[in-house]
Design a protein. Structure first.
Length: 502
């Protein structure tokens, strides 16, 4: 297969004039073949699973420090250990689940049975994370959350990896993949809006607890009941892709005649795929920067800018979420439209640039005299993240085509699993850095707004430097990503010549 590539010498010529732009009318979104289009209702059914992805991962990340550090006074390092351990466990399971899914053969397909079972069990086990006895010691709380978190994330992985794989199997068209991702992005953005208000919701008067004769806010008590609602949503929305979305590639000869894929051979082949490795490394640095930015941001904003006022911090998190959601929803269709004209790689470069600008201005916008200036950053974050989370999943489908050209196998599960593992590894490293670094700044939650001299300067410095450095590296790596729209078209033509259309 590689010899055939070398003879043709058309796929990855670094001097290709079509390097980063759309140059062929057949790749214009207006000319997507009818048979390559995914029906509206199927896009909708697949997109309905998007909230499960957000709720399963981001709610715990968003509220962990507020519950476990600010309210329960667990050291930041304990919180980092919780988040890091759960990401590590989840990440370790991903390649195994991808391998299982790729090798599964049932009358319902490779993905759908796992999506159905995983959604039901994940929804049932999610609330267990939050319902620990309040008289446990700090160490016991940490182990409770880790233990039940492992149970939940085992079932979540059974759902998530096949769900992510399904995205790559719905259409072979370069631009239609982005349109499917666009639908999912809308669902995820709206769910992200709710997630942004989780801290505020958890402190509503209905969740107040009695302490020292007074009713006081308790994010923990709020999360106990909110987690039950989240569990129900995970079940209802999580099973819809299994019920209504068919796997396009499953009945093709390339899958039906495909032998069992060896786990370790598959991993080796995946990590030798140049476009995939570039996307993965780019994602590592982007998400490391995001994890540090988010982790430091809630502390710099709440304590340095807002004087340690939890209620104000929760409200500003909510205001930021409104702005983030508005600009994300505005830019999702714009970036989808733009990608059909200048290519996915260029759109991703613009998106990273917007996020980088937001990170680089925090020293001036996070200002106690002008607290609302913090919301300026959210404008650029909302726009930038819209492009990032629209392009990255769509580009994975192109990578799978590239892999099939070289290996003759369709391994959507393996690539979805490894990429998911990369996501979690990135967050794990970000959390591992954030907790100890926060302690190294001298910050202690029990001091409230009366932190020792120099603490806020240390926090603001880390908040600025680390995310900017991480995104700068991500932008540099993107320059070497080789799959443009024209090259994706050439790969598809070669595949269809070899094994026919699907």
């Amino acid at each position: 297969m590689d010899d055939n590539l070398n003879k043709k010498n058309v796929l990855f010529n670094d001097n290709d004039k079509a390097n980063d732009t759309l140059e062929d009318n057949s790749q214009n979104g207006k000319l997507i073949k009818e048979k390559d289009k995914v029906p509206f209702w199927k896009k909708l059914a697949y997109a309905a699973g998007g909230p499960v992805d957000i709720l399963g991962i981001w709610v715990l990340v968003s509220i962990a420090y507020q519950v476990f550090n600010m309210e329960l006074k667990l050291p930041p390092t304990y919180v980092a250990i919780i988040l890091m351990t759960l990401r590590l466990w989840d990440g370790m399971l991903d390649p195994i689940m991808g391998w299982i899914s790729d090798n599964t053969r049932t009358k319902w397909g490779r993905r759908r049975p796992y999506i159905f079972i995983g959604a039901v069990m994940a929804g049932l086990t999610y609330p267990l994370i939050w319902w620990f006895p309040t008289d446990l010691s700090q160490v016991q709380i940490m182990f409770w959350v880790i233990g039940f978190g492992i149970i939940f994330y085992t079932f979540f992985t059974i759902w998530a990896v096949p769900y992510q794989s399904l995205l790559m199997e719905m259409t072979p068209d370069y631009n239609e993949r982005t349109r499917v991702t666009e639908f999912r992005s809308y669902f995820q953005t709206v769910t992200g809006f709710v997630n942004g208000w989780i801290w505020w919701l958890s402190m509503l008067p209905i969740f107040f607890i009695l302490k020292d004769g007074q009713e006081v806010p308790s994010p923990l008590n709020g999360m106990r009941y909110i987690s039950i609602i989240i569990g129900v949503v995970i079940i209802i929305f999580g099973i819809l892709p299994a019920l209504f979305v068919k796997e396009r590639y499953y009945e093709s000869e390339v899958v039906q005649n495909q032998g069992k894929i060896n786990l370790f051979t598959g991993l080796k082949e995946s990590f030798s795929n140049k476009p995939f490795m570039i996307l993965s490394l780019l994602t590592v640095f982007f998400l490391m920067g995001q994890a540090v930015y988010d982790g430091y941001g809630r502390y710099v904003g709440t304590y340095y800018v807002l004087g340690g006022d939890w209620q104000e911090g929760a409200k500003f998190a909510g205001y930021g979420t409104i702005i983030y959601t508005i600009f994300s929803l505005l830019f999702i269709p714009f970036f989808r439209w733009l990608s059909e004209r200048i290519g996915k790689k260029n759109v991703l470069m613009i998106a990273i640039g917007l996020a980088l600008f937001s990170y680089a201005t925090t020293w001036w916008t996070f200002n106690p005299k002008h607290p609302y200036w913090m919301l300026i950053n959210t404008v650029f974050i909302g726009a930038g993240y819209a492009g990032l989370w629209l392009m990255l999943p769509s580009m994975q489908g192109d990578v799978v085509d590239h892999d099939e050209l070289h290996t003759g196998e369709r391994r959507e599960g393996s690539f979805a699993a490894i990429y998911s593992w990369v996501l979690k590894l990135s967050f794990m490293v970000g959390f591992l850095i954030s907790g100890p670094l926060l302690e190294m700044t001298g910050f202690k939650a029990e001091y409230g707004n009366n932190q020792p001299e120099g603490v806020y300067t240390n926090m603001r410095s880390g908040f600025l430097v680390l995310p900017v450095l991480a995104l700068g590296i991500a932008m540099f790596l993107l320059k070497f990503y080789p799959i443009t729209a024209q090259k994706a078209k050439e790969i598809r033509m070669e595949l269809e010549k070899r094994r026919g259309e699907v």
